[in-house]
Design a protein. Sequence first.
Length: 183
Amino acid sequence: MVGGKAKGQRLKGAVAPGARPTTERVRAAIFNILQGELDQPERVLDLFAGTGSLGIEALSRGAGWADFVERDRRQCQVIQSNLETTGFTASARVYCTDVDRSLATLPGPYELVLLDPPYRMLDLDEVLERIGATPRLIVGGGHVVAGHSKHLSLSPQYGFLSLVSHRRYGDNVVDFYVRENDL
């Protein structure tokens, strides 16, 4: 972990083929940017969670609760192990299911949604559109942070989500969206 209560603790890595943990550099940049934009979120959602590093970083930095969604059972076990290592098992739940199926059933609402799917995933636009259109998933003013390859361009608007920042870190790009308040 790069910051907070669990700073310096090493997490177990990816065991599933194609899983790619968010680098420490990118993770630190995400949370440094969010620190100025977002008070400590009460509820965080980590989609395509992999090792759980993004959600665990949020917990380490003061988030009250994190839900993790990962479809690979082996990676779900890795997330659970990483939560035990960092002492956050009582503040989290791991959903071992597909992201698409989970969006309609997650408890929400969340102040922060983090996603860094595999780079080979080509339908990230569709996922962000569903996130932006799912009622009661994200609070008004809540943030969605999407990591992706520099070879993929995302839209500036997905439903109620509006792009507020676009950052590039080598081959990694991170787009920051804010959910508009309901009218």
